[in-house]
Design a binder for this molecule. Sequence first.
Ligand code: ADP
Ligand code: MN
Ligand code: MN
Ligand code: MN
Ligand code: MN
Length: 386
Amino acid sequence: CLSLLQKHTKLIYIPKRYMLKESINHILNKKVMDRYIRLPVPCNKVLATYCWIDGSGINMRCKDRILNCTPHSADAAPGWAFDGSSTGQATTANSDTSLKPCAVYKDPFRLEPHVLVLAEVYMGDGSPAATNHRKFCNDLCEFHRAEEPWFGLEQEYTMLDVDGWGLGWPKGGGFPAVNYEFSYCGIGAKYIAGRDICEAHTKCCLYAGCDFEGTNAEVMFACWEWQIGTTIGIKAPDDMWMSRYIMSRVSEDYGVVVTYHPKPMGPKHPGVGMHHNFSTKRMRSDGGYKFIEECIKRLEKNHMKHMKNYGNDEQTNRMRLSGKFETAPFDKFSWGIANRKSSIRLQRNIKEKGKGFMEDRRPAGDCDPYLVCGLLMDTCLGPAGG
Ligand code: ADP
Ligand code: MN
Ligand code: MN
Ligand code: MN
Ligand code: MN
């Protein structure tokens, strides 16, 4: 199940493959659109957007259908199907691929009563699609329910123009003449670009019902971060994927491309990650520090296995984990208190408190949080089924 991810390394979202010179979406008159979006529909008609992860393992797809009432839970949303041969998920001869709803959110684009339905992809024979790691993660969440696994996920991302170059970066291949010292949590046109998108995305995610926690500008110009958490179990990666979907829709409205590529601007510029903060009831209880140390030892033993699954593509995460820009080298596991150059970081006061949580700094920006959260539980708590 874990090695399947490696088959999907085509990286179709790599910046330089974009050939558009200009986006049309944000030029379309949104004021006119506002007239139509506010048109009431009959009260027995609800628009549902089904969203899923495609064969790339990082891009998402969606399609709409009209339901006759609002599904308030995943069980209440009907299953559906799509042509998997057009999403890199099935062959043309056997293309019926099914969508199994797993979480329902309010639609921040059409507003109530309309919904966004996050769905898992299954093949014709009933097995999960190659890029569907939700079952792996959810089985572990269910099995370790009594341990109450909590996650806090920090998604970093880079805003690009549709031509593939950084948003607001000088055209023609130049670099912004800013000192990155001022961009992290920065303010001012000289230091940051694209705040509107970050702001709009925040509101949309909160409206939708994600456990959205915060945002900040990152070290690299036009790079930002949002956090999901602290959330129990499967809701953390579910909300992360839904907030990624919402980000694609918001940035589409602005004619901007968002990429999670771990090293989008090459070796001279910072990388893009998704730190995973993780704790269990035992880690959060008195004496939990000892258990955290045990877990770190288990993580160390599985380091290279995890590195194969901590990004959409092992090689690009290797570029990010260079040992520079607050990262630990790809091949070498390390841990430390308050150390941002280690694989696992613990908070400064954890020893005095004797309990807390750990931060896994290794996952790439384009990782699948279902896989990473699943592997953290699998390694620290044991496999589902004992
Ligand atoms: P930094 O950028 O310094 O790493 P952030 O504020 O971006 O800090 O992220 C800290 C993360 O830690 C948040 O996502 C939060 O949800 C998470 N977190 C805090 N306490 C816990 C805990 N007990 N278990 C799991 N995650 C936690
Ligand atoms: Mn059709
Ligand atoms: Mn952070
Ligand atoms: Mn960060
Ligand atoms: Mn962090």
